[in-house]
Design a protein around this ligand. Structure first.
Ligand code: GLP
Length: 245
């Protein structure tokens, strides 16, 4: 595991965008695994800037997102499809048909899970997967207790995850109770993984990730079995690790 400790959120975002830019330069038709949440927003901003400065070309690139809420239309302002369009895709020259996100508005959820795993296997697996981390160690929407052998599946969101995401919705009742997420095994298929964490809120999770053993009760710990994992964390998220070490 490589660990990069950045001074703050901005430096963390710059370090991540630089690694992604290098990947695109090396392989213009690369497949990027992308994430939502507040954490990668700064990375997307940096990537948009580098695109505008002519340092990256997305024409041949594909992206595969980790997850999507069940029941939200892609046009819904809190859907992850909308998030990606608004915060990244609309600003770069990517072909929208090469951007993959699970479709959460379907009746055939099981079928959608199988279709998506096939996308991962045929379009992907990603050359580089970007990840955030939940306070309880979730990655994508893989909650504690998820099997390390899981592929794309439906999850019932825990109360804590719904609460953490409630800030984006008008009320707690509006937060979906289910989601489609790439499983742990699906995520592990990626050739390279970058996990980002910023702020004190994530300090316990980062401490557990670095010091703990792989354990299904802490989904992010599965990544310790990956041979190309880079953590990019800021000083606040790294605080507890330093105290212990
Ligand atoms: C959501 C997403 C995760 C994300 C997590 C942390 O649950 N499904 O992919 O990593 O939130 O979000 P944030 O980056 O806003 O702290």
């Amino acid at each position: 595991m490589n660990i990069i400790v950045a001074k703050d959120y901005k430096e963390m975002s710059q370090a991540a965008s630089q690694m992604i830019e290098e990947q695109i330069t090396k392989k213009p038709d690369a497949v990027l695994g992308l994430a939502t949440g507040g954490t990668p927003l700064g990375t997307y901003k940096e990537l948009i800037r580098s695109y505008k400065e002519g340092r990256a070309d997305y024409r041949f690139l594909s992206t595969i997102n980790l997850d999507e809420y069940v029941g939200l239309d892609p046009e819904h302002h809190q859907s992850y499809r909308y998030f990606m369009n608004q915060n990244f895709f609309q600003f770069i020259n990517i072909d929208k048909k090469n951007t993959y996100i699970p479709y959460g508005k379907t009746e055939g959820l099981e079928q959608e899970c199988r279709r998506y795993e096939e996308v991962i296997d045929t379009v992907g697996p990603p050359d580089l997967q970007l990840l955030g981390i939940g306070e309880n160690g979730h990655i994508g929407f893989n909650e504690p207790g998820t099997s390390f052998d899981s592929e794309t599946h439906i999850v019932h969101l825990t109360h804590s995850t719904r609460e953490a995401n409630a800030r984006f919705f008008e009320s707690m009742e509006d937060v979906p109770t289910k989601a489609i997420t790439m499983g742990i095994r699906s995520i592990m298929k990626s050739k390279k993984i970058i996990l980002l964490a910023s702020g004190e809120r994530k300090a316990d999770a980062i401490c557990q990730l670095i010091h703990g053993e792989p354990d299904e009760q802490f989904p992010a710990s599965s990544l310790k079995n990956h041979d190309d994992l880079t953590l990019i964390v800021d000083e606040d998220a790294y605080k507890k690790v330093q105290r212990k070490g």
